[in-house]
Design a protein around this ligand. Structure first.
Ligand code: HEC
Ligand code: HEC
Length: 327
């Protein structure tokens, strides 16, 4: 009996050592990305202009890292808050909650360009924190290097907006472990020639994050197979109402198969410089999650390229009722 207890005791200690060593190995190994580079991005006016275009109208940096006015259709960015961070992302999954960070010089002032590039493209912050992939670093790791540098150059020109430090994020178990395994080295690629409309369209649609809302996911956050761009993801903009993303595949009955390129581009153009439409009464339940007002600043060529790429997708029959109904 004594011997049995001794053996059991030894096994418990052994198990604790194995688990401890495993965790130590895990925490040392992950996040597993290269160190931040020692680089200084040249801040030429052309780069800053390109970065401004991307950050404000394509890659969503300013949309997420700012305050948005949810009383207005498509919740445009509140003037003077670009990059200031603090926006809360809860998705009704509390205690899960994330806060966008201050990416103006008031927040990133001490960061080197290499550290900003590493956070943006691999998902590891200055202090080694693995960022949650709502921050779309898996997309940004696939941008052309010159676009990444352009965005960094632009961020450095944002007016510094001081903001109280964001509250700490809260990730439900086992997310604190999983999140450490997600950052990966960036895989930059050359920008495809805009004359290759489909390849260029794929580049733009990745940069513009359309799939994050238009490709439905399973409970683990993995894209549903065969449902690329088929829509139907449910959102409750700012915690009220209910909206589902549209089917963007070329299915004629339930997607955008009957839309011409012109109609597609015009749908975005309609928001260019349009006066803010304040939602009153029941209209508040017709709020959208899609930042139309910000995307409206995309060039016609970039929008047309997105359209060209979407035409190459498999048509999926998926009828989406955008508003009303229950999840
Ligand atoms: C969909 C919303 C979203 C978009 C789009 C987005 N971010 Fe983020 N970003 C976040 C969130 C949320 C965090 C915090 C993540 C966390 O705490 O795990 C974050 C964190 C960061 C950080 C780390 C800051 C720190 O103090 O740790 C940087 C840098 C950053 N984002 C830059 C960018 C840039 C540059 C872009 C555009 C190229 C961008 N973000 C686009 C939501 C977004
Ligand atoms: C933050 C989530 C989100 C992102 C990002 C997003 N969308 Fe949407 N989109 C929606 C939702 C929700 C709807 C349905 C409500 C509406 O029409 O605004 C929608 C509707 C649309 C529609 C209208 C289709 C119709 O049948 O009326 C088009 C076209 C569209 N999105 C294209 C895009 C493209 C292209 C991108 C990337 C540039 C994109 N979306 C990015 C959420 C998003």
């Amino acid at each position: 009996m004594k011997l049995l207890l001794k053996i059991l005791g030894a096994l418990v200690v052994l198990a604790a050592v194995v688990v401890g060593a495993g965790l130590a190995y895990f925490f040392l190994r992950y996040p597993n990305v290269p160190a931040a580079e020692t680089v200084t991005v040249p801040k030429t006016p052309e780069r800053v202009a390109r970065g401004k275009y991307l950050a404000e109208h394509v890659t969503g940096c300013v949309v997420c890292h700012a305050d948005r006015d949810w009383s207005v259709f498509s919740a445009p960015v509140v003037g003077g808050t670009a990059g200031k961070g603090g926006q809360r992302f809860g998705f009704g999954l509390e205690p899960f909650v994330l806060y966008a960070k201050n990416i103006t010089p008031a927040g990133l002032g001490e960061w080197t360009d290499g550290e900003v590039i590493r956070a943006m493209t691999t998902g590891v912050g200055r202090d080694g924190t693995a960022l949650f992939p709502l921050m779309p670093y898996p997309h940004f790791g696939k941008l052309a290097r010159e676009d990444v540098e352009a965005i960094v150059a632009f961020l450095r020109t944002l007016p510094a907006v001081a903001n109280p430090p964001e509250p700490a994020r809260s990730l439900n178990f086992p997310l604190p472990l999983i999140v450490r395994t997600i950052p990966t080295a960036a895989s930059h690629r050359p920008m495809p020639s805009p004359s290759d409309r489909v390849a260029y369209g794929e580049y733009v649609i990745n940069a513009a994050l359309c799939s994050d809302c238009h490709t439905p996911i399973d409970g683990q956050g993995a894209p549903l197979p065969g449902m690329d761009y088929a829509g139907g993801m449910v959102f409750t903009p700012n915690g009220s109402g209910l909206v589902r993303s549209a089917n963007l595949t070329p299915d004629a009955g339930t997607g955008i198969g009957t839309w011409t390129e012109q109609q597609f581009v015009d749908k975005f153009r309609a928001f260019r410089g349009a006066p803010a439409r304040r939602l009153e009464g029941a209209e508040r339940d017709q709020q959208t999650e899609m930042p139309w007002t910000d995307y409206a600043g995309m060039t016609d060529d970039d929008l047309a390229a997105i359209y060209a790429y979407l035409r190459t997708q498999k048509p999926v029959v998926n009828r989406v009722e955008k508003f009303a109904g229950t999840p």
